[in-house]
Design a protein around this ligand. Structure first.
Ligand code: HEM
Length: 264
């Protein structure tokens, strides 16, 4: 599925389905009956100007859902008083920080009611989007401060990454998280993780952990249906689940009068 298709589908899905009894289909049917159409066409027009907006919005949504979790690798910037992050701060480069182990990631997900299957599925969002060389170079040239590379990277992918991100090259150079098909929402990302071709260390670790490896294997495998999970179907389900984390209702939180400022 193309990135735009999945994004609009997800925005509408997340708005429309009941999640843990907190979000309700048709909630805005009397106050704003055209809301889905407005969102669909607004996202589509921005996407047509800049397709990277799909990945930015997807990532923003993840950080919005996990806003109260601490931990260096996720809680990137928190520029807003209510703890929610802005799209602008999401798309700006952030400083490299140590990644949580898979066990810690699983704990954080579990604390929000999401299981290991949800984690692996949702990280599959890295089938689109990019990072920059500055977040990858340490894996290529100085993995354990002794000038070596991350041994979990396959030899051919290592030389590919070293060519893309030379040691003294431009750290801000953008590179695809899913090197094979960065604009397609497909299972290539999982095949890359299986083959030692993941760009992010945190993604590659999903193969190193026994529990998450099985799930990666399942998505990466050729069997579908009864024998395997269908990524597009499972991803939508997991997104809806994630969207239901600690939803603010009633008088909790605030609806801003000016988008960029909290209401004082
Ligand atoms: C759970 C562990 C996760 C970790 C450690 C992680 C880490 C990262 C990192 C380091 C980047 C690169 C950021 C940059 O270079 O500025 C990234 C990008 C991205 N992440 Fe994740 N992520 C995780 C989960 C998720 C989830 C659950 C989603 C969505 C459901 C997601 C969606 C994205 C997207 C779409 C991008 C690309 C952003 C762009 O191109 O603008 N990530 N992630």
């Amino acid at each position: 599925m193309e990135a735009m298709g999945i994004l609009v589908f997800l925005v509408i899905l997340v708005m429309g389905l009941p999640v843990k009894g907190q979000l309700k289909a048709g909630f805005y049917s009397s106050s704003c009956p055209k809301v889905e159409d407005i969102i669909r066409s607004t996202v589509a027009s921005h996407f047509n100007k800049d397709p990277a907006v799909a990945a930015g919005l997807l990532r923003l949504h993840f950080h919005d859902c996990f806003v109260q979790s601490d931990g260096p690798s996720w809680s990137v910037p928190t520029g807003r008083r209510d703890g929610r992050v802005s799209l602008a701060s999401q798309v700006l480069p952030t400083l490299p920080s140590p990644f949580d182990s898979v066990a810690v990631q699983l704990q954080k997900f579990s604390a929000k009611g999401l299981d290991d299957h949800d984690l692996v599925t949702l990280v599959g969002a890295h089938t689109i989007g990019q990072t920059s060389c500055q977040f990858v170079k340490y894996r290529l040239y100085n993995f354990t401060s002794t000038g070596n590379s991350d041994p979990t990277i396959s030899p051919s992918f290592l030389s590919h990454l070293q060519t893309t991100c030379p040691k003294d090259g431009d750290g801000s150079k953008r590179i695809a998280l899913d090197q094979d098909s960065q604009t397609k929402f497909d299972v290539n990302f999982f095949k890359n993780v299986r083959d030692g071709n993941a760009v992010l260390e945190s993604d590659q670790r999903l193969w190193g952990d026994e529990e998450t490896r099985q799930i990666v294997k399942n998505y990466a495998g050729t069997f579908r249906g009864l024998l395997g999970f269908r990524f597009d179907y499972e991803f939508s389900k997991a997104m809806v689940k994630m969207s239901g984390i600690e939803v603010k209702t009633g008088y909790q939180g605030e609806i801003r009068k000016v988008c960029s400022k909290v209401n004082y």
